[in-house]
Each structure stands twice: as structure tokens, then as C-alpha cells.
Design a protein around this ligand. Sequence first.
Ligand SMILES: NC(=O)c1ccc[n+]([C@@H]2O[C@H](COP(=O)([O-])OP(=O)(O)OC[C@H]3O[C@@H](n4cnc5c(N)ncnc54)[C@H](O)[C@@H]3O)[C@@H](O)[C@H]2O)c1
Length: 415
Amino acid sequence: MSPLTVVTVGCGGRGRVYSGLVAADSRYRLIGGADPDAARVAHVRAMSGQADFRGFASHAELFAAGRIADLAIIATQDSDHVEPAIRALELGYHILLEKPIAKDLDQVERVLAAAERANRRVLVCHVLRYTRLYAEVKRLIDSGAIGEVVDIEHAEGVGAFHQVHSFVRGHWSQSAVSSPMILAKCCHDTDILSWWMGQPCTRISSFGSLAYFRPERAPAGSTARCTDGCPHVGKCHYDAHRYLGDRRDWLGWVDPLLPGKSDAEITAWLREKPWGKCAWRAGNDVVDRQVVSMEFANGAVATLTMTAFDEGRHTTIRGTTALVRFGTSIRDLTGRDLVIEWLDGRRELRDVPAGVGGHGGGDHGMIAALIDEFAKSDPRTMTTGIHASVESHRIALAAEQSRLAGGRPVELAAP
Ligand SMILES: NC(=O)c1ccc[n+]([C@@H]2O[C@H](COP(=O)([O-])OP(=O)(O)OC[C@H]3O[C@@H](n4cnc5c(N)ncnc54)[C@H](O)[C@@H]3O)[C@@H](O)[C@H]2O)c1
């Protein structure tokens, strides 16, 4: 079988991850890339190892060349998914689309309608479904081993420095520019919750706010930028000078060339860019904590906590015959991946080793599964096809609607 040909639209952080995985798998051939930053296209070209790789300065330029591959990876920023996705579908590409699909449900529906019109497939990068741990949990639930699921308690600890890097100083700090944080960060979580539940969500309420990373909470005497002679340099957890030391690699998420620059060049960059701003004075508006309560069609309930002040995902699923706990805290406390506690008092600990690479092996797992996913005869059965992925966006956007209305419950119409 000839390899599936691929182009990458948006050769930033995610575009490079997927390009690298595709280039390393002989079932694919990466033959093009588009990005206004020529160095990023050159990076992906080098990864591809293909002499006939074609580089473009934008998605518009790439698509003006007609359909040159089977599959387009759309890995532009949150606000720039819909237009390239629809254009690619109209040209006859199948697409691998970064989450969120879009920032509101009308736009999500536009992408879905374009896929149906063109009879093309859209796989959404809800990579967590491709991790061994979460897939094992899904098998456990579907086997009936823990009885009927009654409730799920799930937390996503963003991590305080990560919160500041991405959601205070970074690309996702303004909801109008990117999307509400519960969608940007946690459509993964609303996706796995609805996947595990296997039921539509019917009712939601949510509370949350930006209460900590605000100017009035800034340490006394702190300056607008860490590089302005702030007296807290070296003591503050969010000191941007950490980008010269233990957090240097994180700059690679912003620009792959940055970590290799000299300290003087990085310091000059921090004087200009948002990543040098004081963590309490960055002009951000997305939340730093949010809780979501959900009710599902069969009466099961779930909670999702998204917080800056914890690290990793932790979950407890309670069924009528057993409960199962897993995630970062269970791994740290027990050294094992999954704990099952049966009603009769038996306790079982299991190992489910993570796959290789980012998101607990989910990035690699998704790219490995791509060919089989695209070969499925019914797009509705694709693991993270757009049909399955709409639900996560319905939940996240309803949660934001409820939060903005002071927690008022939002009823969700049947999908
Ligand atoms: N699936 C996941 O787990 C996961 C993780 C992180 C980010 N994301 C999502 O992935 C997306 C990309 O995030 P990122 O961190 O890679 O962002 P990024 O800013 O590093 O990359 C986006 C790239 O798109 C390029 N671009 C802008 N306009 C373009 C155009 N017209 N044509 C082609 N390219 C264009 C930019 O120059 C940039 O290089 C976001 O939507 C983000 O929310 C998903």
C-alpha cells in the first residue's frame, strides 16, 4: 500500500510534534508544510526527509496549489482552525484537526457540515483517548467490571508555572483571542468524561474565576516585568529569569530556536514579550480555577476541577460494584497506575505503563492509529472523529455559559 501523504498547516509546537511522528512512520509521507515563519517550515522540511517537500507561507498559499496530499494536519492557533479546516475539506483533504475544533458551537457545526458535504474525515486531536491508561479504563467500564458508573470525580491540575506560561503570559491568556480556558485546556477532560460515561450530558453548572493572578495580588514592590529590577527576582516562583535556567526548554514551545539562544538574547526577548511580564500584571483574563458539575442522561453525575494549583490529572470513578482510582496522585502514592476497590473489600493494583512521548503516549498513539481511524467505514465510529468530539465542546461551552451566569444550570438539548 502506498503511504498516506500528509501536509502540516501551522508548523508551531503541535505541528512539529505531529510532523515528527508522521515522518518517523513509514506508512506516511510528509510532503508539505505551511507557516508564515519560514524557519518553522524549514524545521518541518528537515524532519520530513523528503526531497520533494513543498513549503508555503500560509494555509491560503498551500491550498491555492490545490490538493497535493491525502491528509492535512491543521495545527494553527485556536482562532485559526475553522477557515483552513473548511478550505481543506472543500479541496478533498481528510484532516487531523487540533482541538478545540472552534470557539463556539456554530463554528463547530460549520466544520462538521463541511466534512459531511465533502464526504471527508475529520479526526480531532483529543489525544487522551489514545493513552493506554485511559483506554484501559474505558475497557474496564465497558466490560461491566465495576458495575454501573454512578459518578466520576476528575481533576486537571494545570501546574502553577504552566498556568503562568500558557494562561497568564502565553497564547491562551485572553479568551477573546484564544478561547475560554475550560475549552482550551479541558475539552480533553470533557471529552474523556463523556467517553467514559457513554451517555450524553444533560445539565451543567459551573463556578470559577481569575482570583489570584491579578494586579492587586502582586507581591509588594514588584515591577511590571521581571527584567525591570524586580526585588523578588530569584525568590518568586514565576520569575521569568527561570527561562534562562531550569525552564529554558519551555521556550521551545514558543519558538523552537529560542532555547539555543544566548542568555543576553533571551533576556532581551523577555524585555519585549509577554513571557517577561510579572505574573500578576500580565493583562490576562482567563480563570485560574473552575469547577464543573455535570449530569448525564442516565442520572450519573461528574465533577471536573481545573486548577492552576495542582499538577496532573487525577480521577476516581465510582461504579455500583467497585470504584477505580488513577492518575498522577495514585501513581505518586502507590507506584502503580490503577487501583480498583471492590465492594467486598478486595483491592487490586494494576500497572498500565504509559506509551512513549507526550500526553502519556497519546500523541504517538493517535498518529499510530490514524490510518485505521481513517479507514473506518462509518465516520461516527472514529475514536475521536468530529461527531464524537462535538460533545466535549458542547459540555465545555455550556460550562462557560453557566460560569458567566454565576453558576446557573444550563440544560443541554439531546445531541
Ligand atoms: N492536542 C493537544 O494536546 C494540544 C496541546 C497543546 C496545544 N494544542 C492546540 O494546538 C494548536 C496549536 O498550538 P501550538 O502550541 O502548536 O501553537 P503555535 O503558536 O506554536 O503554532 C501555531 C502555528 O501556526 C502558524 N500560523 C499562523 N497563521 C498561519 C497560517 N495562515 N497558515 C499556516 N500557519 C499559520 C504560526 O506561525 C505558528 O507557527 C492550538 O489550537 C492549541 O490549543 C493542542
